[in-house]
Ligand binder design. Sequence first.
Ligand code: ZN
Length: 309
Amino acid sequence: MSDHPSSLIAFQRRFPDDAACARYLAELRWPEGFVCPACAQRSAWQLRTKPWTYECRGCRRQTSLKAGSVMHGSKLSLSLWFWAAYLMATHSNGISALQLQRQLGLGSYKTAWLLCAKLRAAMVDPKRNPLTGLVEVDETTIHYRHRQAAAAGGFGRSPKGKLLIAGACEIKGEGPGRLRLAHVADASAASLQGFIVAALAPDSTAMTDGWQGYASLPNIIAHRPEVVGTRKAHEVLPWIHRVFSNFKTWALGVYHGLRDKHLQAYLDEFVFRFNRRRSRPAAFRSLLLFATRRHPITYNMLIQPEPRG
Ligand SMILES: [Zn+2]
């Protein structure tokens, strides 16, 4: 059967119970068979007394399938985790915590929010490669949601009352390739160049609108300032502008606006989905794979759920 179920029915048949989920997760985590995290021995018993737990034949250490992953310590069943990962990864617009709570019949909003937040934290590929070739680079601002917010001020490049987002989008032939988005403190040369150096590979070419913050990029990255002049910025850098516009629509539509504290996590979610727009069923497998490699996250690390929007 396909390991990339492409419909809810196919998903349900592939993962009818926790045992099916556990087998899939074990295969993702240890593709060549179990490896003890303490002594690297490859031989273990599966315990009958504790679900999905292995005991190393060498050092006797017990390792649960969820240990060391974002699922660590979670009381939710593997089936629930799998459903949540499937809905978040394959839904073309993603799914909010409130929608997930209803869809999965979760007892509380807090549980649903935490489940979403933990999966969202696993949406960055720890082994991803920087962008290559010709890359559009620009920045934009987004209003953040604050219940007592005064009218947000600030114009142009000033981030006052707004959050500043830097973006980079590869150009591959006629269309966009991969994307990176980051919450940056300001539009200074230090902030923007820090973003570019992290996002772009050496020997790539950054296309910008010629803003002075981009003027002195390190020599390893070529710079192609496109002077805007009488042309509109979205004509000069069409793809990154389309991405910014889609991100803002999505943030408003699914989340009713974003808050400062969680902005990077939502940018990561948007980028995850954008970069897998042509392979949504495979995105589910990627998300679970990254989840097994992401260190555990607790509620206190995330502090508090966003109010329902
Ligand atoms: Zn061991």
